[in-house]
Write a protein that binds this ligand. Structure first.
Ligand SMILES: *Cc1c(COP(=O)(O)O)cnc(C)c1O
Length: 390
């Protein structure tokens, strides 16, 4: 692997120089004013990115998985029931995490390549007449399959069933790269990590909680200590943390919010859409298809490309790393070997993406795929030329 090359995995993502400089910072006394000043604007910045007026924003030293755990343990009790669908490795892992905490999960098996099944959710919720289901879990962008789900449709399904369940959304590979409307969708918990759309090293779990999720905290009996949101909020209101905060990452998050907002969030979303569209044009030119089954499901942050039968998606990724020193994502879980994934989120530009497409074409040609070198690259070039920067 060459450290000169950009990475094309869907997280961690490339770290812009500005953010590398922001996290390069000496140790400070985290009980000092310097920390309080650094920390103070973060919550409002995260709220702006999530389009939320008053969600409670909480940071834990952890990753996206820790954010899942924090949301579940702070709002639910063992024996509680939640509703989820399994349509990829990340929706599957969230279900497994709930079960380990003694939560009963009603799972709707959904083909990998499809998104959250709003109509099926509505059916189950409508039949739940004693309102046992406490929350509906949605993985907004299933990173394993490159599928974006329609969270607004899930919200409509919950409302149509007149069900009081909370709506928890994993936005780990969507937030800060694709539009996320926490208030409009009435999301009760939104989660992400620092190493995807925020373009930072891994190490921060980022949560936003609605008033309803906060209210659920006192009744929640799942064991929690490190991830107790109540302790965190109490310390935060005094300008600090209940334990040593990851100061460098928090400083980095402040810089990331600044960087994103300097570009403008709508421009950030448009850039992701444009780069992803170029990738999809390339994939079509190669005669390949995406794991995502229809255009409305196509993710703007990651594309999972199905390899022709007889080929191994994992070999594509290992060959790219070994011969060209460049990283793509392997297939996970049910689609292991069947896809390779191109991550195109975070600090990505047209030019970086073209280099990734050129590299993967070389890999596919080396491995005997029937593709013409340059075909996908030129399709993406044509698209990028015609759709210049927003
Ligand atoms: C990366 C990812 C996670 C897991 O996050 P970690 O930071 O690796 O713990 C969860 N959900 C989705 C959708 C992801 O893309």
């Amino acid at each position: 692997m060459s450290l000169q090359n950009p990475i094309f995995i869907p997280g961690p993502t490339n770290i812009p120089d500005e953010l590398r400089r922001a996290v390069d910072y000496p140790s400070i006394d985290h009980r000092s004013d310097i920390f309080a000043e650094m920390f103070q604007p973060i919550a409002a910045g995260v709220r702006r990115i999530l389009k939320s007026q008053d969600a409670e924003v909480v940071l834990f030293p952890s990753t996206g998985t820790g954010a899942w755990e924090a949301v579940i343990t702070n709002s639910l009790s063992p024996g509680d029931k939640v509703l989820a669908a399994r349509y990829g490795m990340f929706s599957e892992r969230w279900i497994a995490l709930c079960r380990r905490h003694g939560i009963e999960v009603s799972v709707i098996e959904t083909p990998w390549g499809e998104g959250a099944p709003a109509a099926a959710f509505e059916d189950v919720l409508a039949k739940d007449t004693d309102k046992r289901i406490r929350a509906v879990l949605v993985c907004h962008n299933e990173t394993a399959t490159g599928v974006k789900s329609d969270v607004a449709a899930v919200r409509r399904a919950i409302d149509a069933a007149s069900h009081p369940a909370m709506l928890f959304v994993d936005g780990v590979s969507s937030i800060a790269s694709m539009d996320f409307a926490m208030d409009e969708w009435r999301v009760d918990a939104a989660i992400t990590g620092s190493q995807k759309g925020f373009m930072l090293p891994a190490g921060l779990a980022i949560l936003a909680l609605s008033a309803k999720a906060i209210e659920a905290m006192d009744g929640a009996r799942c064991a929690r200590c490190f991830f107790d949101v109540r302790d965190m909020l109490k310390s935060n209101s005094a300008g600090g943390f209940p334990y040593t905060p990851p100061v460098n990452l928090i400083r980095g998050l402040g810089a990331a919010i600044e960087l994103l907002e300097k570009e403008g969030m709508e421009n950030v979303f448009a850039r992701h859409r444009r780069i992803a569209t170029g990738v999809r044009k390339a994939v079509a030119c190669w005669g390949l298809s995406l794991c995502a089954r229809s255009p409305s499901l196509y993710s703007d942050t990651v594309s999972a490309v199905l390899v022709p039968s007889g080929f191994d998606g994992t070999k594509v990724v290992t060959h790219a790393a070994q011969k060209y020193g460049v990283a793509f994502g392997v297939g996970l879980g049910d689609v292991a070997g069947k896809v390779f994934r191109i991550g195109h989120l975070g600090a990505m530009t047209d030019v970086m993406m073209l280099s990734g497409l050129a590299a993967i074409e070389m890999v596919m040609a080396d491995l005997g795929f029937s593709i013409e070198l340059g075909s996908g690259v030129s399709a993406a070039q044509a698209y990028y030329r015609g759709h210049p920067d927003a």
